[in-house]
Design a protein around this ligand. Structure first.
Ligand code: SF4
Length: 464
């Protein structure tokens, strides 16, 4: 097949899918703009309607419907899609990606400042949005949805208007879930594979194919993994060297992720997904949260300080819905933030120590090895966040009278499977450095780290 003087080729079924994507960019754009329309309606309209009463159903009330779409389907299944088909959501469907790229076509096209490319944004943005979402009860009420999702969309458009030309600078550097998506897509069995030999051969033949606009700014020639690629398909067949291909789900973490240290990815896995995310799902069910809050309240009253127990804040700072009997005081908010941060530090600290033990078990200290071992926890971290988010789907479906008696067993199955997957990855990664006892000790340390991760979800799903 020849497009714009370039011969494009597929490679098996996956390759043909890649070629289909490159030939049907107009169809993909129509799909993207349809999603933008639906997304804007579901984000904006419920915020201007009265809150639904107890008789409202998913099928009869747009607010409940939007709640179910965003938190019951969108988030958990977008996360799952990362593991199954890489970041196809980002490249083919995501409304923010569509809008920011569209805006950057007509914007100022400025060069990227250094602050914007800081590697810590994926963790910082994820942590801030996660905690803020809990402060304003984003899963329960439509106005916070407008602030959190709508605010993110406005920011994406503004970044598009200012930086890059036809690019997705927001998605690449600032999107709050960019880091999470990049981690999960490392497990995907699908990726765009670059054949360096074919690329060089094309250059030797002095071919000058039409340029590919890689909107998320991936250096295609040196791309080795799926973390940064949005699977848009535009480069499929480029220089007869790029094609959609299948691979073993362990391939990237075992053989690619260790080539370069990724400290911020480690922070996101260990303190973000295994810590802060757990705390944000925990606090509302946690007896420890109640105990700490009561102890602090008694202490404050004993010392004659009552304003933190009486003062509330606007709904866009702390949950404030008196008619629903759902109001947070300053004390509630402070304990909530403290609880989530403490969970992040305690779980993240314990996992960090165990990863350090695994690193030392394999020989002299190596930061690169430490960060590589952290990547082996991606399956468990991903599974936990998926189950945490899908708990909302379960709650919403149960409220509709759907019987889901199998959910507990399914959760146990998935968590155990994800932990075993992480342990197997640790065994494979440790085997790149050592064999015998050191390899076994390193794997045992990672296994203990999975126990730490499992404990948090075990408390939430089976103990409290
Ligand atoms: S490397 Fe860029 S152009 Fe190619 S599929 Fe990925 S996101 Fe699209």
């Amino acid at each position: 097949m020849t497009i714009a003087g370039v011969t494009w080729r597929g490679d098996g079924l996956a390759g043909r899918v890649g070629d289909w994507l490159v030939r049907h960019q107009a169809t993909i754009r129509r799909l993207q703009w349809s999603v933008v329309g639906i997304y804007l309606v579901l984000v904006a309209v419920p915020a201007f309607l009265p809150l639904p009463d107890r008789s409202a159903h998913i099928w009869s009330n747009i607010t409940v419907f939007a709640q179910f779409v965003f938190w019951g389907i969108w988030w958990p299944f977008v996360l799952l899609s990362m593991v199954l088909v890489g970041r196809s959501w980002c490249g083919l469907i995501c409304p923010e990606g569509t809008l920011t790229e569209f805006a950057s076509r007509y914007g100022q096209g400025r060069a990227l400042p250094r602050w914007l490319t800081w590697g810590g944004w994926p963790f910082v943005a994820f942590a801030c949005v996660t905690i803020y979402g809990q402060m304003v009860s984003v899963y329960q009420y439509p106005k916070p949805v407008l602030v959190v999702l709508g605010g993110s969309t406005v920011a994406a458009v503004l970044v598009g208007l200012r930086y890059g030309r036809n690019k997705r600078v927001w998605c690449r550097y600032l999107c709050p879930v960019n880091g999470v998506f990049a981690l999960l897509s490392k497990l995907s069995p699908l990726h765009f594979r670059v054949d360096p030999a074919a690329w060089h051969a094309s250059q030797r033949r002095r071919e000058h194919p039409a340029r590919v606009n890689c909107a998320p700014l991936v250096p295609i020639r040196t791309m080795r993994g799926a973390g940064e690629c949005h699977m848009c398909g535009r480069c499929s067949g480029f220089r007869e060297a790029v094609s959609l291909a299948t691979r073993a789900p362990n391939e990237e973490i075992v053989n690619v992720a260790g080539q370069r240290a990724h400290p911020w990815e480690t922070v996101l896995i260990v303190f973000g997904l295994m810590g802060i995310a757990v705390g944000s799902f925990h606090w509302s069910a946690s007896p420890w949260f109640i105990t700490v809050k009561q102890a602090l309240a008694e202490w404050l009253i004993d010392h004659g300080v009552t304003w933190p127990l009486e003062t509330t804040a606007p709904w866009w700072i702390l949950t404030n819905y008196p008619a629903q009997n759902d109001v947070m005081t300053l004390l509630d908010g402070a304990v909530l933030i403290g609880y989530i941060l403490a969970t992040g530090l305690i779980v993240g600290g314990a996992v960090t120590l165990l990863l350090a033990g695994a690193t030392r078990a394999l020989g002299a200290w190596s930061w690169r090895r430490f960060h590589h071992l952290a990547q082996t926890l991606v399956p468990l971290a991903a599974c936990g966040v998926f189950l945490g988010l899908s708990a909302l789907s379960v709650t919403l479906l149960r409220a509709e009278g759907v019987t889901l008696s199998w959910v507990g067993a399914a959760r146990g199955f998935f968590l155990a499977g994800a932990a075993l997957w992480s342990i197997w990855l640790a065994w494979r990664v440790a085997g790149l450095t050592a064999h015998g006892l050191p390899r076994g000790l390193a794997t045992a340390c990672v296994a203990l780290a999975t126990v730490v991760g499992l404990s948090g979800w075990g408390l939430l799903f089976w103990v409290w």
